[in-house]
Write a protein that binds this ligand. Structure first.
Ligand SMILES: Nc1ncnc2c1ncn2[C@@H]1O[C@H](COP(=O)(O)OP(=O)(O)OP(=O)(O)O)[C@@H](O)[C@H]1O
Ligand SMILES: [Mg+2]
Length: 390
């Protein structure tokens, strides 16, 4: 079964309300919301992981400014619906842009549905054709919950155990410490990359990453907090587009805030790991963060909850947290003093202590968010041969 198309409506025209109501009833679409003006819709357009936007116009002229404003926030296909009378001029103008379709109201609902599904399908095919690494963002609205430990270890596990081309991106731009936790002394950071000369492409990125012995590439946070502001939202958008083409997985460490670069990352995030702890202040902040994610229309299907230090005996249990937040926890990580020892040694625990429960849970989580690549028949043959020789 094809998944429902995530759809957003903007604009107004005669008959649009009826169309919106009819589409909202339909199982083939998942209506995220509606704004009369594009300017009011920046949150869902940027963060809603939309697969189609329908913009309505009652004017006779092609709404070039509105279409351009939608494009600033999303790459989802745009379908225009119009109730004006000068249809020919509108269609002509639309041909010169990347508007996927123009429909004049009134229309039968299934005609509009067909146009939506066609546009979304074309976009999905385009995205599948281009190689796209998975973006895994590790977030918690509270400091010290374990974001850096979890992101560095997931990244190391993907690189070493699963042999995936993996980039760890430190977006805790002011005080990021993923390089130290991995025992790397970086020569260059994300700051040098974004201010450095030349076009931002895969080759340029390769010249700025630091390679960990386990095969993991790391793009550390700027060395000085004041350099963080030059790592803008626009730079992060460009960077993520590039690295998605050259890595299988991009693991992002974050700070406990929703700043511009973080919002740009959310828009490109395939898996958002929200880290929780068994203490009330953290849970209060997680609840607030979930409200913000809802305002941004971030799809709940992309969120997984990770509970850290589950055995810390603080008077709360995972089940109580699940009930309180009305969520399901996907992974529980134990408290283990070896985590801290490995941090101080600059060694990921998944590599130094692979048998520790913490490491096992991280390895499973890594495979949950970035499933292992399907083995080719050649690799399977090679494995059978080496097994036979043993
Ligand atoms: N499961 C665990 N067992 C033992 N120690 C842990 C565990 N998880 C995290 N820690 C320790 O807690 C400290 C904070 O972890 P970490 O730096 O990963 O948090 P953070 O969320 O990235 O913090 P910040 O918001 O400051 O960036 C570290 O010293 C780490 O070693
Ligand atoms: Mg951190």
């Amino acid at each position: 079964m094809t998944p429902a198309v995530r759809l957003y409506f903007t604009g107004t025209c005669d008959g649009f309300e009826t169309l919106r109501a009819a589409l909202a009833e339909h199982a083939d679409v998942d209506v995220v919301g509606w704004s009369a003006h594009v300017a009011q819709a920046t949150g869902p357009l940027a963060g809603g992981h939309l697969e189609c936007v329908i913009h309505a116009t009652g004017a006779n002229d092609f709404p070039a400014a509105e279409v351009a404003a939608i494009r600033e926030h999303t790459r989802a296909p745009v379908i225009l619906v119009a109730s004006g009378s000068e249809a020919a001029a509108m269609l002509e103008a639309a041909l010169a842009t990347d508007v996927a379709d123009v429909l004049l109201l009134p229309q039968l609902t299934h005609n509009v549905l067909f146009a939506i599904r066609k546009a979304a399908h074309a976009r999905r095919q385009l995205e599948t054709a281009a190689h796209r690494g998975r973006v895994v963002t590790v977030f918690s609205p509270k400091g010290g919950t374990g974001k850096t430990v979890v992101s560095t270890n997931i990244a190391a596990s993907l690189a070493k155990r699963d042999g995936r081309r993996t980039l760890l991106l430190d977006l805790d731009l002011q005080f990021g410490d993923s390089a130290i936790v991995l025992g790397i002394e970086p020569e260059k950071t994300i700051f040098d990359l974004v201010v450095g000369p030349g076009e931002l492409d895969a080759e340029k990125v390769a010249g700025y990453v630091s390679r960990h012995p386990c095969g993991l590439d790391v793009l550390p946070a700027p060395l000085r907090p004041e350099d963080a502001e030059l790592v803008t939202e626009a730079k992060i958008i460009a960077l993520l587009e590039v690295v998605r083409g050259s890595y299988d997985a991009i693991v992002v460490d974050t700070s406990p805030f929703f700043h511009g670069p973080m919002l740009a990352t959310l828009d490109r995030t395939d898996e958002l790991l929200v880290l929780c702890g068994l203490d009330i202040p953290t849970l209060k902040n997680v609840r607030l963060a979930l409200q913000t994610l809802e305002l941004l229309s971030f799809p709940t299907s992309r969120i997984r909850y990770v509970m850290n230090r589950v055995n810390s005996n603080l008077g709360l249990k995972t089940r109580e947290v699940e009930e309180g937040l009305r969520v399901k926890v996907a992974c529980e990580l134990p408290m283990d003093r070896r985590v801290q020892v490995c941090v101080n040694r600059g060694e990921p625990i998944v590599l130094a202590e692979p048998r520790a429960d913490f490491s096992g849970a991280i390895a499973s989580l890594a495979r949950m968010v970035v499933p292992p690549a399907p083995t080719t028949s050649k690799q399977a043959h090679h494995r059978r041969l080496s097994f036979a020789k043993a």
